[in-house]
Design a protein around this ligand. Structure first.
Ligand code: NIG
Ligand code: FE
Length: 423
């Protein structure tokens, strides 16, 4: 068979293959790295993979793109399973407040934080939001991310939530990076509903969520379950109704205060619970029982600068599948760089480089319901591949803060070459 792309000679090929379910516990220390690896691609699919001599049936022709990955490491495209991609404005002015010791929740309760981004997002046109989000998606792609999850939640009314979700939908159709959308109207209570939280929740449940679902603009529903934002009871109500409407559910749980969001995620059998810095032992246990994936966001801990990180080791040892993601947003984590997050996961949460690779590939894919199609390099899976200019997987988090990407292949097409966009 004449193939469209043939990558050969990889110093190390991390396939992350062989697990139809999220990897948990020791399975996360994936250690089958192939030396002298090759990957063959036809159309948008992987049609062959292995090490050493390439079998005769894999043939190249005049049109085949041949890539020599000598000295480099080849992995599945990174899956960033938690982002707040579409938003207006930025919040660099909060840095000074943070340095003075004003907490994240305090800034929010003064009408800043998320609410200041809501004002900027409402003021922005759909085109402006599209251009800004596209720029971020390009940056993500340059860092090796080929699929993301994107949450709404900076519109907080019908019109502006729909506007942001349409932007994500358009980008999903026009940009190489694939986007899985999450509705997060329960990200904060907007100013016009101040002291009328119950009414806001009912408006979301009765009007916005059914409409978003009917329009096919979001697969998942998420809630910011946090002290002073949405309580456990609020979150249970919203997510239970979301499930009835056909959404899969996620929850921002125990990010700052140990409210019991992890326990709720287990009770509701959420696909994932995210942040989890303050998750209790019983929360971890309930998540395990409910088969919930822990999506950890060490960049947020780093940027909130309070010295607290999620207990990744305890979670892995308890047998939870762990994914890591950027949480890219204008407040708590303004970075698109998944490789930096990988370094933080190692250094601050003591995850091994092998666990980290699992967490940004196959487990990230399962956290957004795409485990069957992406997240590993296997025959039949989508040809989303990154080629990093590093000699092995351990080197990725070790040499931190820079971009190791040499090439990115998305849906079988070369989209980044020599750290430049070529799509
Ligand atoms: O995941 N915690 C809630 N939402 C985001 C932050 C949003 C913002 O600060 O704008 C998060 O950290
Ligand atoms: Fe978030």
């Amino acid at each position: 068979m004449e193939v469209d792309v043939l990558i050969r000679n990889a110093a190390q090929l991390a396939t992350c293959a062989g697990c139809s379910k999220p990897r948990r516990g020791k399975e996360m220390s994936y250690d089958v790295f192939l030396e002298d690896g090759w990957v063959a691609i036809s159309g948008d699919r992987i049609v062959g993979i292995g090490k050493g001599t390439i079998p005769r049936e894999i043939q190249t022709g005049e049109d085949t793109v041949e890539i020599d990955a000598g000295g480099k490491t080849v992995l599945p495209g990174f899956v960033d399973s938690h982002t707040h991609l579409v938003h207006g404005g930025s919040r660099e002015m909060e840095l000074a407040l943070k340095l003075e010791g004003v907490s994240y929740l305090e800034i929010l309760s003064r009408g800043g934080g998320i609410l200041s981004t809501v004002r900027a997002t409402r003021a922005a046109t759909e085109e402006q939001l599209y251009d800004k989000a596209k720029k971020s998606l390009d940056t993500m792609l340059l860092f090796g991310t080929t699929t993301i999850e994107a949450k709404s939640g900076y519109g907080l009314n019908m019109e502006d939530e729909l506007k942001c979700l349409r932007v994500a939908d358009k980008l999903n159709k026009s940009h190489p990076v694939d986007i899985v959308s999450t509705f997060m109207g329960a990200h904060a209570v907007p100013e016009e509903y101040k002291n009328r939280k119950e009414e806001y929740i009912d408006f979301m449940i009765e009007e916005v969520m059914p409409r978003v679902k009917r329009m096919g603009l979001a697969e998942y529903c998420d809630v910011f379950c946090e002290k002073g934002v949405f309580s456990i009871d609020d979150s249970r109500k919203i997510l239970t109704r979301a499930k009835e409407m056909g959404y899969h559910i996620k929850i921002h749980a125990d990010e700052i205060e140990p409210l019991g969001g992890a326990e709720l995620a287990g009770e509701l059998k959420a696909v994932s619970a995210e942040h989890l810095l303050a998750a209790s032992d019983s929360g971890i246990q309930r998540m395990k029982e409910g088969k919930v994936i822990a999506v950890l966001l060490p960049g947020t801990s780093f940027n909130l600068n309070h010295g607290k990180y999620a207990r990744a080791r305890d979670m892995i040892e308890a047998g939870l599948p762990v994914a890591i993601a950027t949480d890219y947003n204008p407040g708590s984590c303004p970075t698109e760089n998944i490789q930096l997050i990988m370094s933080l996961a190692c250094l601050k949460m003591r995850m091994t480089p092998e666990e980290v690779v699992t967490a940004v590939t196959i487990n990230g894919a399962h956290a957004i319901g795409r485990g069957k199609d992406i997240g590993s390099l296997e025959v039949g899976k989508k040809a989303d591949v990154v080629i990093l200019d590093v000699p092995n997987v351990q080197y990725i988090p070790y040499h931190f803060g820079i971009n190791h990407v040499d090439k990115v292949i998305k849906n079988g097409k070369l989209v980044v070459d020599g750290q430049r966009l070529v799509y």
